[in-house]
Design a protein. Structure first.
Length: 248
């Protein structure tokens, strides 16, 4: 897992720059129809690399595109070519720079591309509790992807991220967190409330709807999940922030 405080060791970067990079990677991921796991692996690689190496602001996008290149080669049956990744950056970097970046990144990470099980794997297990309800699953996928933008979730393990996304989706749709959900997720409501609060805060941030993840899930294909979630969050913000929570 990456160090959740790694930005303190960076000299030119900040968390807002990371959010901008992640938002761009979400666009690239959707445009090239890559598998869900590829996105999670790529961002995990970015965070682990930035934990170990100081990167200049000018090279941050190179880190992102190289991480996606590595993740795609690892996860996809037919990964985009390095030339396509050059095109993704609008030729901001050359083929040689990406291939050199790949070597440096793999060496830095001791060639451990993915010892990481994404929240989607855990979400499939939790979905047994409601027989894979489509609306809940779609909404929880959106909410789980929102956590990628928020550095505060770096310290949260993937199984808990999945449960927070599912719990928040259930609340938004008027459902409860019954014994079946506790059984399949391994978490009680008390465990999930702190993360639920962070999600609601993120959804109600100024400018959030300009993020690509919000635009992606505003389409009919994704049941306009982001529009529903943001509206719900705005209506329930004060109620959510007022809830007593045990953050231990």
């Amino acid at each position: 897992m990456p160090d959740p405080n790694y930005m303190a060791g960076q000299t030119e970067l900040n968390w807002q720059m990371r959010q901008t990079l992640v938002d761009w990677l979400l666009q690239v991921h959707l445009r090239y129809h890559l598998l869900p796991e590829t996105l999670w692996i790529a961002i995990n690689i970015v965070d682990r690399f930035l934990t170990k190496r100081i990167v200049s602001m000018l090279k941050l996008q190179l880190v992102g595109v190289t991480a996606m290149f590595i993740a795609a080669k690892y996860e996809e049956i037919l990964a985009p070519s390095v030339d396509e990744f050059v095109f993704m950056t609008e030729r901001g970097y050359t083929k040689e720079e990406i291939l050199k970046g790949e070597r440096i990144m793999l060496q830095t990470l001791d060639f451990k591309v993915s010892h990481y099980c994404s929240p989607y794997s855990w979400m499939r297990k939790i979905s047994k509790a409601d027989d894979y309800d489509l609306q809940t699953r779609t909404l929880s996928k959106f909410l789980t992807e929102v956590t990628l933008l928020d550095y505060r979730f770096l310290r949260v393990k993937p199984s808990l991220v999945a449960a927070i996304g599912m719990y928040t989706a259930r609340r938004m749709l008027g459902g409860d967190w019954n014994e079946s959900f506790v059984y399949y997720s391994g978490f009680t409501e008390e465990h999930l409330l702190p993360g639920h609060k962070l999600l609601i805060e993120k959804l109600t941030e100024d400018g959030f709807c300009e993020q690509h993840v919000c635009k992606k899930y505003a389409t009919k294909k994704f049941l306009k999940a982001s529009l529903y979630a943001v509206e719900w969050a705005q209506l329930h913000l004060h109620e959510t922030l007022g809830e007593e929570m045990n953050v231990e």
